[in-house]
Design a protein around this ligand. Structure first.
Ligand SMILES: [Zn+2]
Length: 343
């Protein structure tokens, strides 16, 4: 089968590798229908994050169950499923708390593990990991459903972590797919005003479509000044950072109202220092972390199926799996927001 691998920064290859097979009774093998390139995949592609030569790529995929181990009860051959960004057993202390990203037997796709950017994937702990979709789902909904793997779930996690309340003014730092999904998630929580801090016109157009009320294209101190100006000098009630760099976090902290929470969903692998003195006097807290997408899928799924929630506009480029390198290149050049890959 074909699978995307990374050999050095910028060196994406689509290689022929052995088909995945069951390794444990709790495994399933999923034939991938569509997968995606994530902003976090760009970390290693651009050389910001370390590269394991030949590493597998991708942690978002939707597909059809092709084989199941003898202990798998929750999915069967032919089921349409979507996988979250990490696998988990659904049974341990952390899974039961809805923190599947901390599962004691869990793991993450990519690197030395299986990757979602492939024609097929072996899924450990299939019962805890995979979300079964209704068999009758229209394939037009596949891109929206694929966002449950990561970006829509991450936007939702950031909004919950930032404790967004109805009527709140919410500031979202970062105009990537995750930031855009955070706007949808803030709207779901009936936020009043949603201020998007971003820089790229096509992304800002999607931000408006998703419900952003104000756009700020300035950066750092100038952006902070504009948000303060828009909020009567106090700052936003809740702030979301989806980028995770020192600069984005300091902007997020700078635009937060006293007592507000900054929800974050990850950080870059670069050393990320934040100035806690900027937080302490105004009681700003920082909440969040790796999004437990599996916990949120059951809640978000019906809204996507009914069309009330449609994150699919984050995919503005579709390429065949064999041309995955183009997806990476265009996203790195900011000429695409997010690439959908079809085997
Ligand atoms: Zn677990």
């Amino acid at each position: 089968m074909l699978a995307v691998t990374l050999h050095a920064p910028g060196e994406i290859q689509v290689e022929n590798i052995p088909d995945p097979i069951l390794d444990s009774p709790t495994d399933a093998v999923v034939q991938v229908v569509c997968s995606a390139v994530c902003g976090t995949d760009l970390g290693s592609f651009s050389g910001v994050d370390p590269v394991v030569p030949g590493q597998r790529m991708g942690h978002e995929f939707l597909g059809v169950v092709h084989d199941v181990g003898s202990a798998v009860a929750g999915v069967k051959l032919g089921d349409l499923v979507v996988a979250p960004l990490s696998w988990s057993d659904g049974n341990c202390e952390f899974c039961r708390k809805g923190l599947q990203t901390a599962c004691v037997v869990g793991g993450e796709w990519g690197g030395r593990n299986q990757g979602g950017q492939a024609e097929a994937v072996r899924v450990p702990h299939a019962d805890g990991t995979l979300l079964r979709l209704p068999g009758s789902v229209d394939s037009e909904l596949f891109p929206a459903l694929l966002t449950l793997s990561d970006v829509m779930a991450a936007g939702h996690h950031a909004v919950l972590s930032a404790n967004v309340q109805p009527g709140d003014t919410v500031a979202v730092v970062g105009d990537g797919a995750m930031g855009l999904c955070a706007i949808l998630a803030a709207r779901r929580r009936r936020a009043g005003r949603v201020i998007m801090l971003g820089a790229h016109r096509p992304r800002l157009d999607v931000a408006l479509r998703f419900g952003a009320t104000d756009l700020i294209t300035a950066r750092e101190d100038a952006a902070i000044a504009e948000v303060l100006d828009l909020t009567g000098g106090s700052g936003a009630d809740a702030v979301i950072d989806t980028f995770g760099s020192r600069q984005s976090l300091m902007t997020a902290i700078g635009v937060a109202r006293a007592g507000a929470c900054v929800g974050y969903v990850g950080v870059t692998h670069q050393a990320t220092w934040i100035d806690i003195h900027k937080m302490v006097r105004r009681n700003i807290s920082l909440c969040g972390g790796l999004p437990p997408a599996r916990a949120y899928m059951p809640e978000l799924l019906p809204e996507i199926l009914s069309g009330h929630l449609d994150p699919s506009p984050v995919f503005d480029l579709t390429v065949p799996l064999s041309d995955a390198a183009r997806g990476y290149t265009e996203m790195a050049a900011r000429s695409a927001i997010k690439a959908l890959l079809r085997p």
